[in-house]
Design a protein around this ligand. Structure first.
Ligand code: ATP
Ligand code: MG
Length: 393
């Protein structure tokens, strides 16, 4: 490791407390391993309260890009690993400062040094290390020291076998390691909202499988491909295991005929919940996740969401329930699903639906409409016919 580059990965305090600490930590380390598994010569180690990823220099940026998508990491720093000797450390600090200055001369107008030593036998104190490195950096670059608002902070961490020197702290995505909260089935459409909802669930430690309800020939194959791309985008965050494509046309036609047109969307959605529940049974999932947002459209009023949710047998998570569309769009851009979501596609729930659907469906009316159908058998048929596309994690 000494002489090479390493990514220092820091994780949050929150989940470090209590009995779950060991389990969460192991999951996080597994997820870090997964993220760099196909990077040549990447190695992951986990000395006390830290995850270190060593990579060949050429793979450093790629490794950092992947690690900024591992939930549970709060920040990371590409660092140089050097021998724990003061002159060597100081030299590395000067090199890091020069590199930072060369990268962004307009911003890097001053600096400070933050030093820590975990090995108290090291002959200089943290303060002495910082002073020595600071003086050498100032002499080498001409930059002044700014202790309060430094645009550049050179970090030094001295251990007993190795010291790390870095000039960059990049934010991680935070949250909990994917897997720590269990599994869920995400109802994934081709829209903007549901991919973001799946991402938010994953951020709190949920592993998703997704189900997409497909209604050919009214909905084209392009829509199916689009949903698959969205599932793969979530896979880049380790947030997706498999996508199930569930043929919905026939069930949808029968549902449409079963009740008044104003109730059609609510009837479709309730059937989606039942099918998702059956897939969740198979996948050992503890919850369903939707992209519903309160008041966004007629089917997402409080009474309608209540009637839709009543068809589900398990917990329904609606991470976007309180989000404005602008907030959801900003997140969609950040996580890389927006450009795919805005490609044109047909929405199966818009099929055979009147311009003015009910905004306050009553459970009794909906159940009466469903009485003409064997909804359990319909749901089972759709779930059985669903095709699994493995996405991987
Ligand atoms: P999205 O952008 O996720 O489509 P939306 O605001 O367009 O959300 P609706 O289309 O009313 O909302 O759908 C509400 C939720 O129902 C979606 O977020 C999604 O979870 C689920 N859903 C809707 N259509 C489908 C579908 N064809 N397949 C799977 N889930 C769906
Ligand atoms: Mg939609």
């Amino acid at each position: 490791m000494i002489g090479g580059v390493v990514v220092l990965c820091r994780f949050g305090e929150i989940f470090l407390k209590g009995a779950n600490r060991g389990r969460f930590e192991r999951m996080l380390i597994d997820n870090v391993r997964r993220a760099v598994a196909d990077l040549p010569e990447a190695r992951v180690s986990a000395p006390h309260g830290r995850v270190l990823v060593t990579v060949p220099e050429a793979g450093l940026e790629d490794a950092c890009a992947r690690l900024t998508r591992v939930f549970g990491l709060v920040s990371l720093s590409p660092a140089r690993a050097v021998a724990p000797e003061l002159p060597v450390i100081v030299e590395a600090a000067v090199t890091q400062a020069r590199a930072a200055l060369a990268r962004d001369p307009a911003r890097v107008r001053a600096f400070k040094v933050e030093a820590r030593r975990s090995d108290k036998r090291f002959p200089a104190t943290s303060y002495e290390i910082a002073c020595e490195a600071g003086a050498r950096i100032a002499a080498a670059t001409g930059l002044p020291v700014d202790l309060h608002h430094p645009p550049l902070t050179i970090g030094i961490e001295v251990g007993s076998e190795v010291a790390f020197v870095f000039g960059d702290v990049r934010p991680g995505p935070g949250g909990l390691p994917v897997g720590a909260s269990g599994r869920a089935v995400l109802l994934l459409s081709g829209g903007i909202d549901s991919p973001v909802a799946g991402w938010l669930a994953a951020k709190r430690g949920v592993v998703n499988d997704a189900v997409y309800f497909h209604s050919p020939p009214f909905v084209g194959e392009k829509s199916r491909d689009k949903v698959e791309s969205l599932a793969r985008a979530l896979g880049g965050w380790q947030a997706m295991r498999s996508l199930y494509v569930a043929p919905f046309t026939e069930a949808q036609k029968r549902l449409r005929e079963a009740g008044p047109a104003e109730l059609a969307v609510v009837l479709y959605r309730r059937m989606m919940m039942r099918v998702a529940d059956l897939i969740a049974d198979r996948r050992g999932a503890g919850a369903l996740v939707t992209g519903e947002s309160l008041g966004q459209v007629a089917s997402q009023t409080m009474p309608n969401m209540d009637v839709i949710g009543a068809a589900a047998r398990r917990l329904v998570l609606r991470p976007l329930a309180t989000y404005d569309k602008t907030e959801t769009i900003a997140l969609a851009r950040r996580i890389g699903t927006y450009d795919t979501s805005v490609l044109p596609y047909e929405d199966c729930c818009a099929l055979f639906v009147p311009a003015h659907p009910a905004t306050a469906a009553r459970l009794a009316d909906v159940e009466r409409a469903e009485q003409g159908l064997d909804v359990a058998a319909e749901a089972a048929a759709v779930a059985d016919a669903a095709q699994e596309i493995p996405i991987g994690r």
